[in-house]
Design a protein around this ligand. Structure first.
Ligand SMILES: C[S@@+](CC[C@H](N)C(=O)[O-])C[C@H]1O[C@@H](n2cnc3c(N)ncnc32)[C@H](O)[C@@H]1O
Length: 353
C-alpha cells in the first residue's frame, strides 16, 4: 500500500491554509521519490501495466523515428555531432528501438533524465550507447545539431485545475473534508503566472466548467527553445486544439486517472497508485513555442503524420508486405479509432540560439 495519502494528509495539516494547489498534489502523487506513481522507478507500460503507449505496442514507432532522425541529419548536412535527444525515456524502450533501427549508425543518443533510479534502469538496458543529462538546462551547452523527441511527456506534467464560477475563473485547491477523504475547494489564484494564463481563457462557458492549465508545459517548451542545438523537435501526445479543449462536452476537463487499463475521473482516489494525466492544449503549446523562437513545421493527427513518415519505410519494402505483427503496430499507431486520432504529433523547427 502506498503511504502517499498519509503523507498528503500530513502535508495538508502542516500547511497554514490547510489546502494545497492541485498541481502540488499531482506533483507528489506522480513524482514523490518514494511514494509517487513515477517516483520510485519505471513501472510496466503495456499489457501488464496501467496503459499502452505508442512505444509499448512494438518497435515500429522507434523505427519511424529513427528514419526521420536520419532525414534530419542529412538535411543539416550530416554533422558529426548530430544527437538524438530524448526526454521521458522511461525504461529506455524507445531508445533501444531507435538505436536498433539505426543499426550501428554513429548518431549519438542523449537522454534527459532527472531521476537516478530511471537512469540506472536505462543504463542497464542501453549501456554505453547513450549519454545522460539531468535537465534541459544542460542542453544550453549541449550538442549543436540535434533531433529532440518525446512521447507522452507533457501529459504527465502536474497541472493546475481552474473552474469558471459564472463570473470569473477560480483555482481548485485540495483539502481534507474533516474525515480521511480529500476534496476540491475553489480559491484565489496561487501564483501570478496562473492568473496571467487565466486572462486568456474564454469567459462564455457554463458555470462549473473545469479545465487544466499546464504551466509546466510552458516552462518546458521555453527551456527547449533555449537549448543550443539546431534541428527539429518531435512531440507526440494525446491532445486537442484550443477549440476542442474548451468545448462544452469537456466541461469536466481532461484530467483522468489510469489503473490497469481502466480510466476514470476520480483523481483524488488512490493517489500514488494510479497514473494521472491530461490532454495537451496543442494550440497553447505551439503559441508559446513560436513566441520563443521555434517554428511550427508539421502538426497533425498522429495517424496522418506517422502515415506520411512511414512512406519511405513502405517504399523500402519494395512491394513485399511487412509481417503481421508490424502491420498490427502500424494499424494501432495510425487507425483513427485507436491511436491515430486522439494522439497528435508536432514537429518544430529549431534554429541555433
Ligand atoms: C506516460 S510516461 C511515457 C513513457 C514513454 N515515453 C512511453 O511513451 O512509453 C511519462 C514519462 O515521463 C517521465 N517524466 C515526467 N517528467 C519528466 C521530466 N521532467 N524529465 C524526464 N522525464 C520525465 C515520467 O517519469 C514517465 O517515465
Amino acid at each position: 500500500m502506498s503511504s502517499l495519502p498519509q503523507l498528503l494528509r500530513e502535508t495538508l495539516a502542516a500547511t497554514p491554509s490547510g489546502r494545497l494547489p492541485f498541481a502540488q498534489v499531482m506533483d507528489l502523487a506522480l513524482y514523490h521519490p518514494e511514494h509517487g506513481y513515477y517516483g520510485a522507478g519505471p513501472r510496466k507500460i503495456g499489457r501488464k501495466g496501467d496503459f499502452f503507449t505508442s512505444v509499448s505496442i512494438g518497435p515500429l514507432f522507434g523505427k519511424l523515428l529513427a528514419m526521420r532522425a536520419l532525414q534530419e541529419w542529412q538535411a543539416l548536412g550530416e554533422p558529426a555531432d548530430f544527437t538524438i535527444i530524448e526526454q521521458g525515456a522511461h525504461d529506455g524502450q524507445l531508445a533501444e528501438d531507435v538505436l536498433s533501427a539505426l543499426g550501428g549508425h554513429p548518431i549519438r543518443y542523449l537522454i534527459v533524465e532527472p531521476n537516478p533510479k530511471y537512469r540506472a534502469v536505462q543504463a542497464t538496458r542501453l549501456g554505453d550507447q547513450v549519454q545522460w543529462v539531468e535537465s534541459l538546462a544542460a542542453l544550453e551547452n549541449g550538442p549543436k545539431h540535434g533531433f529532440f523527441l518525446c512521447n507522452e511527456l507533457p501529459d504527465a506534467f502536474p497541472i493546475h485545475l481552474v473552474r469558471w464560477n459564472g463570473e470569473r475563473w477560480e483555482e481548485l485547491f485540495v483539502e481534507t473534508d474533516g474525515t480521511e477523504a480529500l476534496r476540491f475547494i475553489p480559491g484565489e489564484c496561487s501564483c501570478t503566472e496562473l492568473s496571467d494564463e487565466m486572462k486568456h481563457l474564454p469567459w462564455d462557458l457554463e458555470t462549473g466548467h473545469t479545465l487544466e492549465i499546464n504551466l509546466a508545459m510552458l516552462t518546458w517548451i521555453r527551456a527547449l527553445a533555449q537549448a543550443a542545438f539546431r534541428g527539429a523537435i518531435f512531440i507526440a501526445d494525446y491532445g486537442l486544439d484550443a477549440e476542442e479543449f474548451f468545448a462544452d462536452s469537456r466541461a469536466d476537463g481532461t484530467i483522468r486517472r489510469y489503473h490497469r487499463h481502466q480510466m476514470d475521473g476520480k483523481v483524488l482516489t488512490d493517489l500514488g497508485e494510479c497514473d494521472l494525466t491530461t490532454h495537451i492544449n496543442f494550440t497553447r503549446l505551439i503559441d508559446e513555442a513560436v513566441r520563443h523562437g521555434l517554428a511550427q513545421r508539421e502538426y497533425d493527427l498522429q495517424g496522418r503524420l506517422l502515415g506520411r513518415m512511414a512512406m519511405s519505410w513502405i517504399q523500402s519494402l519494395e512491394g513485399s508486405p511487412p509481417d503481421a505483427a508490424t502491420m498490427r503496430q502500424f494499424n494501432s499507431l495510425t487507425h483513427p479509432a485507436l491511436m491515430g486520432r486522439s494522439f497528435r504529433c508536432l514537429i518544430l523547427e529549431k534554429s541555433a540560439r
